[in-house]
Design a protein around this ligand. Structure first.
Ligand code: PMP
Length: 445
Protein backbone atom coordinates (compact mmCIF):
# COMPACT_ATOMS: atom_id res chain seq x y z
CA UNK A 1 0.00 0.00 0.00
CA UNK A 2 2.67 2.49 1.02
CA UNK A 3 4.60 1.74 -2.13
CA UNK A 4 1.55 2.54 -4.26
CA UNK A 5 1.01 5.91 -2.62
CA UNK A 6 4.66 6.94 -2.67
CA UNK A 7 5.17 6.04 -6.32
CA UNK A 8 1.78 6.69 -7.95
CA UNK A 9 0.29 9.53 -5.95
CA UNK A 10 3.05 12.13 -5.82
CA UNK A 11 0.84 14.99 -6.99
CA UNK A 12 -1.76 14.20 -4.31
CA UNK A 13 0.95 14.14 -1.68
CA UNK A 14 2.45 17.42 -2.83
CA UNK A 15 -0.82 19.38 -2.83
CA UNK A 16 -2.21 17.94 0.41
CA UNK A 17 1.12 18.64 2.14
CA UNK A 18 0.97 22.22 0.86
CA UNK A 19 -2.63 22.50 2.13
CA UNK A 20 -1.45 21.90 5.69
CA UNK A 21 0.05 25.41 5.73
CA UNK A 22 -3.22 27.17 4.96
CA UNK A 23 -6.00 24.76 5.97
CA UNK A 24 -6.25 23.30 9.48
CA UNK A 25 -5.45 19.62 9.21
CA UNK A 26 -4.70 20.00 5.51
CA UNK A 27 -7.98 18.67 4.19
CA UNK A 28 -11.41 19.89 5.19
CA UNK A 29 -13.70 17.18 4.01
CA UNK A 30 -12.24 13.79 3.39
CA UNK A 31 -14.50 10.81 3.95
CA UNK A 32 -12.10 8.21 2.59
CA UNK A 33 -8.78 8.02 4.48
CA UNK A 34 -5.81 10.12 5.55
CA UNK A 35 -3.32 7.28 5.73
CA UNK A 36 -0.60 7.62 4.53
CA UNK A 37 -1.93 10.87 3.06
CA UNK A 38 -5.21 11.90 1.45
CA UNK A 39 -5.89 11.72 -2.26
CA UNK A 40 -6.73 14.85 -4.24
CA UNK A 41 -9.43 14.36 -6.85
CA UNK A 42 -9.57 16.03 -10.24
CA UNK A 43 -12.45 14.26 -11.96
CA UNK A 44 -15.55 12.26 -11.14
CA UNK A 45 -18.05 10.66 -13.44
CA UNK A 46 -20.54 7.87 -12.97
CA UNK A 47 -18.83 5.05 -11.11
CA UNK A 48 -15.30 6.44 -11.38
CA UNK A 49 -12.97 8.98 -9.80
CA UNK A 50 -9.67 10.23 -11.19
CA UNK A 51 -7.03 11.58 -8.84
CA UNK A 52 -4.52 14.34 -9.50
CA UNK A 53 -1.94 11.86 -10.72
CA UNK A 54 -4.39 10.44 -13.26
CA UNK A 55 -5.09 7.19 -11.37
CA UNK A 56 -8.65 5.94 -11.87
CA UNK A 57 -10.70 4.44 -9.05
CA UNK A 58 -14.05 2.73 -8.72
CA UNK A 59 -15.97 5.17 -6.58
CA UNK A 60 -17.96 3.53 -3.79
CA UNK A 61 -17.81 6.67 -1.70
CA UNK A 62 -20.16 8.51 -4.05
CA UNK A 63 -19.59 11.69 -2.08
CA UNK A 64 -20.91 10.03 1.07
CA UNK A 65 -24.29 9.15 -0.36
CA UNK A 66 -26.01 11.93 -2.32
CA UNK A 67 -25.28 10.76 -5.86
CA UNK A 68 -27.69 7.87 -6.29
CA UNK A 69 -27.66 8.49 -10.06
CA UNK A 70 -23.87 8.27 -10.10
CA UNK A 71 -21.34 11.11 -9.89
CA UNK A 72 -21.54 14.19 -12.04
CA UNK A 73 -24.76 13.10 -13.74
CA UNK A 74 -25.10 15.02 -17.01
CA UNK A 75 -28.91 15.30 -17.38
CA UNK A 76 -29.19 16.96 -13.95
CA UNK A 77 -26.16 19.17 -14.64
CA UNK A 78 -27.71 20.36 -17.89
CA UNK A 79 -31.07 21.14 -16.32
CA UNK A 80 -29.37 23.01 -13.48
CA UNK A 81 -27.20 24.95 -15.95
CA UNK A 82 -30.38 26.28 -17.60
CA UNK A 83 -31.62 27.55 -14.24
CA UNK A 84 -28.29 29.24 -13.50
CA UNK A 85 -28.27 30.86 -16.92
CA UNK A 86 -31.65 32.41 -16.19
CA UNK A 87 -31.50 33.43 -12.54
CA UNK A 88 -27.96 32.71 -11.35
CA UNK A 89 -27.59 30.59 -8.27
CA UNK A 90 -29.42 32.87 -5.84
CA UNK A 91 -31.66 35.93 -5.74
CA UNK A 92 -33.09 36.05 -2.23
CA UNK A 93 -36.64 35.90 -3.60
CA UNK A 94 -39.10 33.09 -4.23
CA UNK A 95 -38.36 30.76 -7.12
CA UNK A 96 -40.60 28.16 -8.74
CA UNK A 97 -38.16 25.33 -8.02
CA UNK A 98 -38.70 25.68 -4.26
CA UNK A 99 -42.27 24.60 -4.88
CA UNK A 100 -41.42 22.00 -7.50
CA UNK A 101 -39.02 20.33 -5.06
CA UNK A 102 -41.61 20.32 -2.25
CA UNK A 103 -44.21 18.94 -4.68
CA UNK A 104 -42.08 16.13 -6.03
CA UNK A 105 -41.03 15.06 -2.52
CA UNK A 106 -44.72 14.95 -1.59
CA UNK A 107 -45.46 12.91 -4.71
CA UNK A 108 -43.17 10.08 -3.59
CA UNK A 109 -43.50 10.62 0.16
CA UNK A 110 -47.12 11.56 0.78
CA UNK A 111 -46.49 12.07 4.51
CA UNK A 112 -44.27 15.03 3.64
CA UNK A 113 -47.19 17.41 3.22
CA UNK A 114 -45.02 20.45 3.83
CA UNK A 115 -41.31 20.89 3.22
CA UNK A 116 -38.82 23.57 4.27
CA UNK A 117 -35.48 23.76 2.43
CA UNK A 118 -32.39 24.44 4.54
CA UNK A 119 -28.63 24.35 4.10
CA UNK A 120 -27.53 20.90 5.31
CA UNK A 121 -28.55 17.82 7.23
CA UNK A 122 -27.05 19.35 10.36
CA UNK A 123 -29.19 22.47 10.00
CA UNK A 124 -32.27 20.41 9.26
CA UNK A 125 -31.78 18.41 12.47
CA UNK A 126 -31.43 21.67 14.44
CA UNK A 127 -34.66 22.94 12.90
CA UNK A 128 -36.55 19.68 13.48
CA UNK A 129 -35.54 19.56 17.15
CA UNK A 130 -36.54 23.20 17.59
CA UNK A 131 -39.85 22.57 15.84
CA UNK A 132 -40.60 19.57 18.04
CA UNK A 133 -39.89 21.57 21.19
CA UNK A 134 -41.97 24.49 19.95
CA UNK A 135 -45.00 22.47 19.01
CA UNK A 136 -45.06 20.05 21.95
CA UNK A 137 -44.01 22.60 24.56
CA UNK A 138 -41.77 19.84 25.94
CA UNK A 139 -38.05 20.03 26.59
CA UNK A 140 -36.12 16.79 26.33
CA UNK A 141 -34.75 15.08 23.22
CA UNK A 142 -33.81 11.40 23.03
CA UNK A 143 -31.36 10.06 20.46
CA UNK A 144 -29.88 6.62 20.03
CA UNK A 145 -26.30 5.93 21.09
CA UNK A 146 -23.90 5.80 18.14
CA UNK A 147 -26.28 7.64 15.83
CA UNK A 148 -25.00 10.56 13.78
CA UNK A 149 -27.26 13.54 13.28
CA UNK A 150 -24.73 16.12 12.17
CA UNK A 151 -22.53 18.23 14.39
CA UNK A 152 -24.86 20.61 16.20
CA UNK A 153 -24.39 20.94 19.95
CA UNK A 154 -27.46 19.10 21.22
CA UNK A 155 -27.13 15.86 19.27
CA UNK A 156 -23.44 15.66 18.45
CA UNK A 157 -22.18 12.21 17.60
CA UNK A 158 -20.99 9.98 20.41
CA UNK A 159 -22.15 12.19 23.21
CA UNK A 160 -23.13 10.22 26.26
CA UNK A 161 -25.32 12.25 28.55
CA UNK A 162 -25.60 12.51 31.45
CA UNK A 163 -22.30 11.31 32.85
CA UNK A 164 -18.73 12.37 32.76
CA UNK A 165 -17.69 10.47 29.65
CA UNK A 166 -18.19 12.55 26.57
CA UNK A 167 -16.60 11.79 23.24
CA UNK A 168 -15.98 14.40 20.58
CA UNK A 169 -17.36 16.99 22.97
CA UNK A 170 -14.61 19.61 23.02
CA UNK A 171 -16.06 23.08 22.91
CA UNK A 172 -19.57 21.99 23.76
CA UNK A 173 -20.72 23.27 27.14
CA UNK A 174 -22.35 20.63 29.28
CA UNK A 175 -25.53 22.71 29.41
CA UNK A 176 -25.95 22.41 25.65
CA UNK A 177 -26.55 18.70 26.00
CA UNK A 178 -28.32 18.86 29.34
CA UNK A 179 -31.67 18.19 27.70
CA UNK A 180 -30.48 15.38 25.48
CA UNK A 181 -30.59 11.75 26.51
CA UNK A 182 -29.27 8.71 24.70
CA UNK A 183 -30.90 5.33 24.59
CA UNK A 184 -29.11 2.14 23.55
CA UNK A 185 -29.53 0.84 20.02
CA UNK A 186 -32.38 -1.64 19.54
CA UNK A 187 -33.27 -1.33 23.19
CA UNK A 188 -36.90 -0.32 23.55
CA UNK A 189 -36.74 -0.92 27.31
CA UNK A 190 -34.16 1.85 27.85
CA UNK A 191 -36.03 4.14 25.51
CA UNK A 192 -39.21 3.68 27.51
CA UNK A 193 -37.35 4.25 30.77
CA UNK A 194 -35.89 7.52 29.44
CA UNK A 195 -39.34 8.63 28.31
CA UNK A 196 -40.67 7.94 31.83
CA UNK A 197 -37.72 9.69 33.51
CA UNK A 198 -38.14 12.68 31.21
CA UNK A 199 -41.67 13.26 32.48
CA UNK A 200 -40.04 14.87 35.51
CA UNK A 201 -37.77 16.97 33.30
CA UNK A 202 -40.35 18.76 31.21
CA UNK A 203 -41.34 15.85 28.98
CA UNK A 204 -39.84 14.49 25.76
CA UNK A 205 -40.31 16.75 22.75
CA UNK A 206 -38.80 14.31 20.28
CA UNK A 207 -37.20 10.96 19.74
CA UNK A 208 -34.81 11.14 16.79
CA UNK A 209 -33.66 7.99 15.03
CA UNK A 210 -31.80 6.89 11.94
CA UNK A 211 -34.48 4.47 10.77
CA UNK A 212 -32.03 1.83 9.49
CA UNK A 213 -30.10 1.96 12.76
CA UNK A 214 -27.24 4.09 14.09
CA UNK A 215 -24.73 5.44 11.54
CA UNK A 216 -27.23 4.63 8.91
CA UNK A 217 -27.50 0.97 9.27
CA UNK A 218 -24.08 -0.04 10.56
CA UNK A 219 -25.94 -1.46 13.56
CA UNK A 220 -29.17 -2.52 11.85
CA UNK A 221 -32.51 -2.45 13.67
CA UNK A 222 -35.07 -5.25 13.75
CA UNK A 223 -37.84 -4.83 11.21
CA UNK A 224 -40.49 -3.71 13.72
CA UNK A 225 -38.21 -1.40 15.73
CA UNK A 226 -39.42 1.84 14.17
CA UNK A 227 -43.06 0.85 14.57
CA UNK A 228 -42.41 0.22 18.26
CA UNK A 229 -40.68 3.59 18.63
CA UNK A 230 -43.65 5.20 16.89
CA UNK A 231 -45.97 3.57 19.44
CA UNK A 232 -43.89 4.78 22.38
CA UNK A 233 -43.82 8.31 20.97
CA UNK A 234 -47.62 8.28 20.69
CA UNK A 235 -47.97 6.95 24.22
CA UNK A 236 -45.76 9.71 25.64
CA UNK A 237 -46.93 12.55 23.39
CA UNK A 238 -43.50 12.95 21.79
CA UNK A 239 -42.70 13.65 18.17
CA UNK A 240 -40.88 11.02 16.16
CA UNK A 241 -38.16 12.46 13.94
CA UNK A 242 -36.71 10.29 11.19
CA UNK A 243 -33.24 11.31 10.10
CA UNK A 244 -33.42 10.31 6.44
CA UNK A 245 -30.29 12.21 5.41
CA UNK A 246 -28.78 8.97 4.11
CA UNK A 247 -31.91 6.90 3.49
CA UNK A 248 -34.10 9.53 1.83
CA UNK A 249 -34.55 8.39 -1.82
CA UNK A 250 -31.76 5.83 -1.41
CA UNK A 251 -33.86 3.09 0.22
CA UNK A 252 -36.44 3.76 -2.49
CA UNK A 253 -38.17 6.99 -3.43
CA UNK A 254 -40.39 6.60 -0.37
CA UNK A 255 -37.32 6.56 1.87
CA UNK A 256 -37.06 4.48 5.03
CA UNK A 257 -40.55 5.59 6.07
CA UNK A 258 -41.92 3.88 2.97
CA UNK A 259 -39.72 0.85 3.51
CA UNK A 260 -40.78 0.30 7.12
CA UNK A 261 -44.33 1.58 6.68
CA UNK A 262 -43.90 3.91 9.64
CA UNK A 263 -44.87 7.57 9.49
CA UNK A 264 -42.76 9.98 11.52
CA UNK A 265 -43.99 13.44 12.53
CA UNK A 266 -40.96 15.16 11.10
CA UNK A 267 -38.33 13.99 8.62
CA UNK A 268 -34.87 15.40 8.15
CA UNK A 269 -33.39 15.33 4.65
CA UNK A 270 -29.91 16.02 3.28
CA UNK A 271 -27.55 14.57 0.68
CA UNK A 272 -29.75 13.31 -2.20
CA UNK A 273 -32.36 16.00 -1.65
CA UNK A 274 -30.24 18.28 -3.80
CA UNK A 275 -28.92 15.54 -6.03
CA UNK A 276 -25.30 16.02 -4.95
CA UNK A 277 -25.39 19.81 -5.32
CA UNK A 278 -24.58 22.12 -2.39
CA UNK A 279 -27.10 23.16 0.26
CA UNK A 280 -28.55 19.70 0.77
CA UNK A 281 -30.97 19.85 3.63
CA UNK A 282 -34.54 20.30 4.69
CA UNK A 283 -37.31 19.33 7.08
CA UNK A 284 -40.69 17.96 6.14
CA UNK A 285 -43.73 16.44 7.74
CA UNK A 286 -47.46 16.62 8.20
CA UNK A 287 -49.06 20.04 7.85
CA UNK A 288 -49.73 19.90 11.59
CA UNK A 289 -46.14 19.12 12.54
CA UNK A 290 -44.85 21.78 10.13
CA UNK A 291 -47.22 24.49 11.36
CA UNK A 292 -44.51 26.07 13.54
CA UNK A 293 -42.48 26.95 10.44
CA UNK A 294 -43.47 30.36 9.09
CA UNK A 295 -42.24 32.24 6.06
CA UNK A 296 -40.14 34.54 8.18
CA UNK A 297 -41.95 37.53 6.68
CA UNK A 298 -45.48 36.91 7.82
CA UNK A 299 -45.40 39.35 10.72
CA UNK A 300 -46.47 36.73 13.22
CA UNK A 301 -43.49 37.26 15.47
CA UNK A 302 -43.42 34.67 18.20
CA UNK A 303 -45.83 32.27 16.52
CA UNK A 304 -43.14 30.54 14.52
CA UNK A 305 -39.68 29.18 15.09
CA UNK A 306 -36.80 30.97 13.50
CA UNK A 307 -34.97 29.23 10.70
CA UNK A 308 -33.12 30.88 7.89
CA UNK A 309 -30.03 30.95 5.76
CA UNK A 310 -29.02 33.44 3.07
CA UNK A 311 -28.62 30.63 0.59
CA UNK A 312 -31.26 28.22 1.82
CA UNK A 313 -33.95 27.29 -0.73
CA UNK A 314 -31.84 28.81 -3.51
CA UNK A 315 -32.94 28.01 -7.07
CA UNK A 316 -29.80 26.01 -7.88
CA UNK A 317 -30.08 23.39 -5.13
CA UNK A 318 -33.88 23.21 -5.30
CA UNK A 319 -33.73 22.66 -9.06
CA UNK A 320 -30.93 20.11 -8.65
CA UNK A 321 -33.02 18.20 -6.09
CA UNK A 322 -36.12 18.39 -8.24
CA UNK A 323 -34.40 17.15 -11.40
CA UNK A 324 -32.46 14.47 -9.53
CA UNK A 325 -35.63 13.04 -7.95
CA UNK A 326 -37.40 13.19 -11.31
CA UNK A 327 -34.50 11.32 -12.95
CA UNK A 328 -34.37 8.78 -10.13
CA UNK A 329 -38.05 8.07 -10.70
CA UNK A 330 -37.67 7.85 -14.47
CA UNK A 331 -34.63 5.57 -14.34
CA UNK A 332 -35.56 3.53 -11.26
CA UNK A 333 -32.12 4.47 -9.89
CA UNK A 334 -32.67 3.46 -6.23
CA UNK A 335 -33.63 -0.07 -7.27
CA UNK A 336 -30.75 -0.39 -9.76
CA UNK A 337 -28.28 0.93 -7.18
CA UNK A 338 -29.79 -1.48 -4.64
CA UNK A 339 -29.24 -4.46 -6.92
CA UNK A 340 -25.62 -3.40 -7.39
CA UNK A 341 -25.33 -3.24 -3.59
CA UNK A 342 -26.73 -6.76 -3.28
CA UNK A 343 -24.27 -8.09 -5.87
CA UNK A 344 -21.33 -6.36 -4.21
CA UNK A 345 -22.31 -7.65 -0.76
CA UNK A 346 -22.77 -11.24 -1.92
CA UNK A 347 -19.38 -11.16 -3.64
CA UNK A 348 -17.66 -9.60 -0.62
CA UNK A 349 -19.10 -12.17 1.77
CA UNK A 350 -17.89 -14.95 -0.54
CA UNK A 351 -14.38 -13.49 -0.45
CA UNK A 352 -14.51 -13.11 3.33
CA UNK A 353 -15.43 -16.79 3.59
CA UNK A 354 -12.79 -17.77 1.02
CA UNK A 355 -10.01 -16.21 3.08
CA UNK A 356 -11.58 -16.76 6.51
CA UNK A 357 -11.28 -13.07 7.35
CA UNK A 358 -12.69 -11.53 10.56
CA UNK A 359 -15.00 -9.28 8.56
CA UNK A 360 -18.65 -9.25 7.74
CA UNK A 361 -20.45 -7.79 4.72
CA UNK A 362 -24.09 -6.77 4.86
CA UNK A 363 -26.23 -4.21 3.11
CA UNK A 364 -29.48 -2.35 2.99
CA UNK A 365 -29.81 -2.05 -0.77
CA UNK A 366 -27.24 0.45 -2.00
CA UNK A 367 -25.77 0.98 1.49
CA UNK A 368 -23.07 -1.66 1.86
CA UNK A 369 -21.18 -2.32 5.09
CA UNK A 370 -17.84 -4.08 5.22
CA UNK A 371 -16.96 -4.22 8.88
CA UNK A 372 -14.70 -6.00 11.26
CA UNK A 373 -17.01 -8.65 12.66
CA UNK A 374 -16.61 -7.22 16.17
CA UNK A 375 -18.58 -4.11 15.26
CA UNK A 376 -21.96 -5.65 15.89
CA UNK A 377 -20.84 -6.67 19.34
CA UNK A 378 -19.46 -3.30 20.41
CA UNK A 379 -20.76 -2.78 23.89
CA UNK A 380 -22.79 0.44 23.87
CA UNK A 381 -23.31 0.18 27.62
CA UNK A 382 -19.66 0.54 28.46
CA UNK A 383 -18.53 3.85 27.00
CA UNK A 384 -14.85 3.54 27.92
CA UNK A 385 -14.57 0.08 26.37
CA UNK A 386 -16.65 1.20 23.42
CA UNK A 387 -14.40 4.19 22.83
CA UNK A 388 -11.27 2.03 22.85
CA UNK A 389 -12.71 -0.72 20.66
CA UNK A 390 -14.17 1.77 18.25
CA UNK A 391 -10.88 3.64 17.98
CA UNK A 392 -9.06 0.40 17.16
CA UNK A 393 -11.72 -0.58 14.67
CA UNK A 394 -11.68 2.81 12.96
CA UNK A 395 -7.92 2.73 12.54
CA UNK A 396 -7.99 -0.78 11.10
CA UNK A 397 -10.82 0.02 8.69
CA UNK A 398 -9.15 3.22 7.55
CA UNK A 399 -5.95 1.33 6.79
CA UNK A 400 -7.97 -1.22 4.86
CA UNK A 401 -9.53 1.73 3.03
CA UNK A 402 -6.06 2.84 1.92
CA UNK A 403 -5.27 -0.72 0.82
CA UNK A 404 -8.48 -0.82 -1.25
CA UNK A 405 -7.50 2.52 -2.80
CA UNK A 406 -4.09 1.14 -3.72
CA UNK A 407 -6.06 -1.45 -5.71
CA UNK A 408 -8.32 1.11 -7.31
CA UNK A 409 -11.35 1.27 -5.01
CA UNK A 410 -12.49 4.24 -2.95
CA UNK A 411 -14.70 3.49 0.07
CA UNK A 412 -16.03 5.48 2.99
CA UNK A 413 -13.26 5.01 5.56
CA UNK A 414 -12.80 1.39 4.49
CA UNK A 415 -16.07 0.31 6.05
CA UNK A 416 -19.00 1.62 4.05
CA UNK A 417 -19.78 1.73 0.36
CA UNK A 418 -22.55 3.45 -1.51
CA UNK A 419 -23.48 1.98 -4.86
CA UNK A 420 -25.17 4.06 -7.54
CA UNK A 421 -27.07 3.61 -10.77
CA UNK A 422 -23.72 3.74 -12.58
CA UNK A 423 -22.60 0.46 -11.00
CA UNK A 424 -23.17 -2.10 -13.73
CA UNK A 425 -22.46 -5.80 -13.15
CA UNK A 426 -19.10 -5.25 -14.88
CA UNK A 427 -18.14 -2.50 -12.44
CA UNK A 428 -19.11 -4.63 -9.44
CA UNK A 429 -17.28 -7.71 -10.75
CA UNK A 430 -14.19 -5.64 -11.48
CA UNK A 431 -14.35 -4.28 -7.92
CA UNK A 432 -14.70 -7.79 -6.49
CA UNK A 433 -11.60 -9.00 -8.29
CA UNK A 434 -9.71 -6.05 -6.81
CA UNK A 435 -11.02 -6.86 -3.32
CA UNK A 436 -9.86 -10.43 -3.92
CA UNK A 437 -6.32 -9.14 -4.51
CA UNK A 438 -6.37 -7.15 -1.26
CA UNK A 439 -7.86 -9.95 0.83
CA UNK A 440 -5.35 -12.45 -0.59
CA UNK A 441 -2.63 -10.35 1.04
CA UNK A 442 -4.22 -10.12 4.49
CA UNK A 443 -4.77 -13.86 4.67
CA UNK A 444 -3.78 -15.24 8.05
CA UNK A 445 -4.04 -11.87 9.84
N1 PMP B 1 -27.72 12.67 9.66
C1 PMP B 1 -27.13 11.61 9.10
C2 PMP B 1 -27.74 10.25 9.29
C3 PMP B 1 -25.98 11.77 8.31
O1 PMP B 1 -25.39 10.70 7.76
C4 PMP B 1 -25.46 13.07 8.13
C5 PMP B 1 -24.25 13.32 7.26
N2 PMP B 1 -23.43 12.28 6.98
C6 PMP B 1 -26.10 14.15 8.75
C7 PMP B 1 -27.22 13.92 9.50
C8 PMP B 1 -25.58 15.55 8.62
O2 PMP B 1 -25.82 16.04 7.35
P1 PMP B 1 -24.88 17.17 6.74
O3 PMP B 1 -23.55 16.55 6.55
O4 PMP B 1 -25.54 17.57 5.47
O5 PMP B 1 -24.85 18.29 7.73
Amino acid sequence: TLNYFETKCRASKEITERAKKRIPGGVQHNLAFNYPFPLAVDKAEGAYLTDRDGNVYIDFLQAGGPTILGSNYAPVNEAVAEVIKASGPVTGLFHEYELKLAEIINQYMPHIEMYRSLGSGTEAVMAAVRAARASTGKKMVIKVGGAYHGWSDTVVYGLRVPGSFRMNAKGIPFGATGRTRESFPHDLGTLKRKLIENRLRGGTAAVIVEPLGPESGTRPVPKDFNAQVRKLCDEFGSMLIFDEVVTGFRTGLGGAAGYFGVTPDLTVFGKAVSGGYPMAGGVGGSAKAMAVFGSGLDGKNGAHIQVGGTLSANPLSCAAGYFAIKEMARTNAPVIAGRAGDRLTRGLQKLIDKYGLPYVAYNQGSIVHLESSGVLMLDMRNPVKLFKENKGRKKLMEQMGAAYAAHGIITLAGSRMYTSMADTDEVIDDALSRFDQVFAQVEGV
